[in-house]
Design a protein around this ligand. Structure first.
Ligand SMILES: [Zn+2]
Length: 496
């Protein structure tokens, strides 16, 4: 019996070997067992389906009544199982797609944990990210039966760069990488393949268009000669990475200043910093976006006015025309993630600016003095004076400085280094956000603790290996950082 990723099956439950459970094969993963760490084993990542009596507070009379024919998805506690723990196939109808001829169970709701409240919530099955297997273009079979088959993931990058530091008459570059390559190969310069350059005023779509036909062919399969052997190569898009505003363009979402300017969720502009927004239920879902574009096309075909088309696009925060990548098989929202490097480094640069602005002349002098004599690792390249040359700092420079900021500040920062008006405002802000009177000395400590959190978050974001503990720590640190940056610094800068 052969099973495919994305199929629903019955399997032996990890937590109770005697129990059978229904679930979906989400992915095939490699598992390193501690006793045999040289030979990774194939294993399956399973999501679980719940029966009505496992729904906890959501087990209503109505759901119990539907329970003999219905199961519920839950988006947590995935299990890793060996392939031989699969018992058999089960046919499931996800009720947001058309009804199959035969099925054993139907699914109309999903349980998930809301990040803000940490409570289990329930949402209709239509609001889900469909499994990649539901989008994939079925490739052609190789023309000869025993031909080797190679599958590749192509990652696309689009980045602007200037010829010199900070001289920004930008030129866009598009390059690709093979996503299957291990990280140590992928990061080498020779493994970045340049597709082309976008001249000033040019467009990504125009440069990509000639390549598009080849990408379509690759999705279906192409015969290639490799080491005197003809092999069958299948490839499709992995991740698309780009800065703002191109990142939004590439998944057909309006610019970040729009009412709905996030490419991953539908948070309105005035709630961008609101932690209570349910970003799981309120996410952008690829198939929903597709439906919107179909509706938009209908409007255009009916010859409605330009204003009506713009209105429609504004209501969903979508561009009025889809880009070329939309013809490839991919989930435009999930496969165009936010660029953590730009987000974190951009935030650090901003916070450096704010910190230096707080310092009076004495403070600035003291900072430079302590920064100069700080015992930096010898392999670090020399940076220009951060107080006077912050504008010419690249992201990597800012992140390097962030690592040592808490130590430098700790060595010299005193209330006398901060402009007195700013010190008074900070005292008030911190007092009201912590509900207790903060002295000048407290304020100094709070500034240093802020830098400790910011540096800690940056360090955890870029760890090459993440354990569950690291992830939990990062989540908590981000929440704490969010609280302090929004309550104190944002208000101090913009709402005085
Ligand atoms: Zn969002």
């Amino acid at each position: 019996m052969e099973y495919a990723v994305g199929e629903f099956v019955e399997f032996i439950d990890n937590s109770n070997q005697r129990e059978r459970r229904f679930g979906r094969i989400e992915a095939i993963v490699s598992l390193l067992l501690p006793q045999d760490s040289d030979h990774p084993q194939d294993a399956l990542k399973m999501s679980r389906l719940l029966r009505h009596n496992e729904l906890g507070i959501y087990c209503s009379r109505d759901r119990s009544r539907r329970g003999h024919k219905e199961l519920w998805m839950i988006e947590e506690d995935y299990q890793i199982i060996p392939p031989n723990h699969i018992v058999g196939r089960v046919l499931v109808w996800l009720k947001d797609v058309s009804r199959p001829e035969f099925y054993d169970f139907q699914i109309s709701e999903i349980l998930y944990r809301d990040a803000a409240t940490n409570r289990i919530q329930i949402r209709p099955v239509n609001l889900r990210h469909r499994h990649p297997s539901e989008y994939v273009v079925a490739p052609n079979l190789s023309p000869v039966g025993n031909m080797k088959v190679f599958k590749f993931m192509i990652d696309i990058y689009n980045d602007d760069f200037g010829t010199f530091r900070n001289v920004y008459h930008s030129l866009g570059g598009i390059y690709i990488q093979i996503g299957n390559m291990p990280f140590n190969l992928r990061k080498q310069l020779k493994n970045h393949f340049i597709v082309g350059f976008i001249p000033f005023g040019g467009h990504f779509d125009d440069v990509m268009r000639p390549l598009l036909q080849e990408l379509h062919q690759l999705e279906k399969g192409v015969a290639m000669d490799m080491d005197n052997e003809t092999v069958w190569v299948i490839a499709s898009i992995g991740l698309v990475t780009a800065d703002m505003p191109q990142g939004n363009d590439l998944c057909d979402v309006k610019k970040q200043g729009a009412l709905y300017g996030c490419r991953n969720c539908l948070v309105p502009k005035d709630r961008l910093t609101d932690n209570t927004f349910d970003r799981i239920r309120g996410a952008r879902f690829h198939h929903v976006t597709n439906e919107h574009f179909v509706q938009l096309q209908t409007l255009i075909d009916q010859g409605v006015t330009k204003a009506e088309i713009n209105n429609f696009a504004r209501r969903y925060g979508l561009r009025s025309k889809q880009g070329v990548l939309s013809s490839l098989s991919r989930d435009r929202h999930l496969q165009t993630p936010q660029d953590a490097y730009h987000a974190i480094a951009g935030k650090v640069q901003r916070f450096l600016n704010i910190t230096f602005d707080l310092l009076n002349d004495n403070g600035k002098k003291a900072f430079v003095k302590y920064w100069r004599c700080f015992e930096k690792p010898s392999i670090w390249h020399r940076l220009p004076n951060p107080v006077t040359h912050l504008k010419s700092f690249m992201f990597s420079d800012a992140l390097q400085l962030a690592m040592i900021m808490p130590f430098i500040l700790k060595r010299f920062l005193a209330p006398s280094n901060i402009a007195s008006a700013d010190l008074a405002t900070l005292c008030d802000r911190l007092s009201s956000s912590s509900n207790q009177r903060r002295s000048n000395k407290h304020v100094i400590n709070d500034i240093i603790s802020c830098w400790v959190i910011v540096a800690d978050v940056a360090a955890h974001c870029f760890k090459l290996k993440m354990s569950q503990g690291d992830l939990n720590h990062l989540q908590e640190a981000l929440m704490e950082e969010h609280g302090i940056l929004i309550k104190v610094w944002y208000k101090m800068l913009y709402c005085q």
